[in-house]
Design a protein around this ligand. Structure first.
Ligand code: PMV
Length: 325
């Protein structure tokens, strides 16, 4: 376990606010090697979504309260329990009651990493509210305890989360790649805004326990990260795109081999992926990726932005290196 002094819970101000971008993994993390420490089995690499994310505010309340987008969340709900269990693990049970409000400009629980930006924003807000002044490495560790992908949301651009092998997680590490890529684009195609039927946590557990190809996934996923870092360094977009699409499809294949099968994609998801493949045969270089949900994210370069808009008029396009953080 990391040797961390208990975090203080004396408020340094009346209220604190923070924003955290969401992120999309180009090389996905799927599977935990420690459920309590929330340690990933494999490394992952993501791109920040700039202005898409979550704003969180925090102040002292008379009782714990969580509001999401202006709506109070029931104390028995999974979201409420998950959040305050995480906060108790950081502050202990004698902490003051907290009133936490989050606003996300991305759909919650639909595979667009809303938990990453929510936990990231709440952690940043707490860091300011309690005056902790935690360094990036500690922030990443605490964010990860709430949500695996949240550790990657604290930074911008390409972010590599190295899984490590130490049982206490001391070698888990989050590295922001120095490369920027102003032409890089991410497109989001919403297939469904409904909440996913199986949470990532439960889906990962099922995959680790029952998928016959899980071991192969872990080895392959590590290799994807190494290759992706090299491709980003030399700005080889074809390589970046190919790794991105294949990594996602391999993850979904691994999930589909579960007992019972785990299928997050919908028919429309596959239709989009096939259309993207067709576009490539016409010289429009876009690649698809899908998280634990049916929505599709595309990666492409600025030169193909117009063609993507024509092919997918509803596509929400993000310029990760041009948006304000
Ligand atoms: O952050 P979590 O624990 O909900 O898991 C995220 C899992 C994927 O989105 C499917 C992949 C990833 O690395 O973001």
């Amino acid at each position: 376990m990391l040797n961390i002094a208990p975090l203080s819970y004396t408020a340094s101000k009346e209220k604190a606010e923070a924003f955290c971008s969401s992120n999309i993994a180009l090389c996905k993390y799927w599977g935990k090697r420690d459920e309590v420490l929330n340690l990933p089995t494999n490394s992952s690499l993501s791109i920040s979504l700039g202005k898409l994310g979550t704003r969180a505010s925090i102040c002292i309340g008379e009782s714990d309260m969580l509001m999401i987008g202006g709506k109070p969340i029931a104390t028995q709900s999974a979201e409420y329990t998950r959040l305050f269990t995480w906060i108790n693990s950081l502050l202990g049970n004698n902490r003051p009651c907290l009133y936490i409000h989050t606003f996300s400009n991305i759909p919650i629980g639909a595979g667009v990493a809303s938990s990453a930006s929510s936990f990231g924003a709440i952690l940043k807000a707490m860091n300011s509210f309690f005056g902790w002044q935690l360094n990036d490495s500690l922030l990443a560790h605490f964010a990860r305890l709430g949500s695996g992908s949240a550790a990657r949301s604290l930074s911008r651009g390409f972010v590599y989360a190295k899984a490590g092998i130490d049982s206490n997680g001391v070698d888990f590490n989050v590295i922001t790649l120095p490369q920027t890529w102003s032409e890089f684009r991410v497109g989001i195609l919403y297939v469904s805004r409904a909440k996913k039927p199986v949470s990532s946590r439960d889906g990962m557990k099922l995959t680790v326990q029952t998928s016959p190809t899980y071991k192969g996934w872990v080895e392959y996923a590590e290799n994807c990260c190494d290759e992706m870092i090299k491709a980003i360094q030399v700005k080889d977009f074809t390589k970046v795109g190919e790794i991105t699409e294949r990594n996602a499809l391999t993850m979904h294949g691994t999930m589909m081999g579960c007992s019972p099968p785990l299928i997050y994609m919908l028919p429309k998801t596959l239709e989009i992926i096939q259309k993207v493949q067709q576009l490539r045969s016409q010289g429009i270089e876009a690649y698809a990726t899908v998280d634990a949900g049916p929505n599709v994210k595309l990666v492409f370069l600025k030169k193909d932005e117009q063609s993507i808009k024509e092919s997918f008029p509803t596509c929400e396009i993000i310029s990760p290196f041009e948006s304000a953080f």
